[in-house]
Design a binder for this molecule. Structure first.
Ligand code: FNR
Length: 184
């Protein structure tokens, strides 16, 4: 079996993103035979259908990386109870042109962090709706809504709270099984 590749899409493009920190901590929980890589979405322009058949290199790169991935893990904040602009933009670019949707068939997982107690529940529901249209089989449970506190991440970028780390390990294990189920 060749090494499976998981593309990790972080819905926030800000430098100190708590979702990026969560994504990096999650990546440490994957088995060694899966290669996880954060796919850049901060250097792609705002979607314009005029350019969808001849996109600039950053968009072509994203489309290529999505096509090559065996699964996509989304780790995203919630912006105004829905998808951050950067995430929707990336989803739109790699879904086009019509008939060449790079997301189709890729097994997806979703996680998110917010400083607020209920944060990311709403965006995750909206995201599930979009991923359904994009034909991505998406893991249903466990749902991962992390209320982010500064001491959640330790000095090595891992999860410092035992119960949270065990919960997230369970999520990653389920997601890995999910990817295998749809393996090419
Ligand atoms: C937010 N935030 C937020 N949080 C939440 O739980 N629900 C929400 O609907 C929103 N809405 C929202 C809109 C906009 C425009 C911003 C900038 C922020 C707060 C958000 O959870 C917080 O800024 C996180 O730190 C964002 O995640 P990253 O960027 O740190 O990964």
């Amino acid at each position: 079996m060749s090494t499976r590749k998981i593309g990790v899409i972080v819905g926030s493009i800000r430098k100190e993103s708590i979702n990026r920190k969560l994504a990096e901590a999650l990546m440490k929980l994957f088995p060694d035979d899966l290669r996880c890589e954060i796919l850049r979405i901060d250097d792609i322009p705002v979607f314009n259908q005029d350019n969808e058949t001849a996109p600039i290199e950053s968009v072509a790169r994203l489309r290529r990386e999505v096509a090559e991935a065996d699964g996509i893990l989304f780790v995203t904040p919630e912006h105004n109870r829905s998808l951050p602009t950067a995430l929707k933009n990336a989803l739109d670019w790699a879904s086009r042109p019509y008939g060449d949707n790079k997301w189709a068939g890729k097994p997806a997982g979703i996680a998110g962090a917010s400083p607020g107690a209920v944060g990311t529940a709403a965006v995750q529901q909206h995201l599930r709706s979009v991923l359904g249209y994009l034909d991505m089989p998406t893991l249903g449970q466990p749902e991962v809504f992390i209320q982010f506190k500064d001491d959640l991440i330790d000095g090595q970028g891992g999860i410092s709270v035992d119960s949270t780390r065990e919960f997230l390990q369970g999520f990653v294990n389920r997601y890995v099984q999910w990817v295998e189920k749809f393996a090419r």
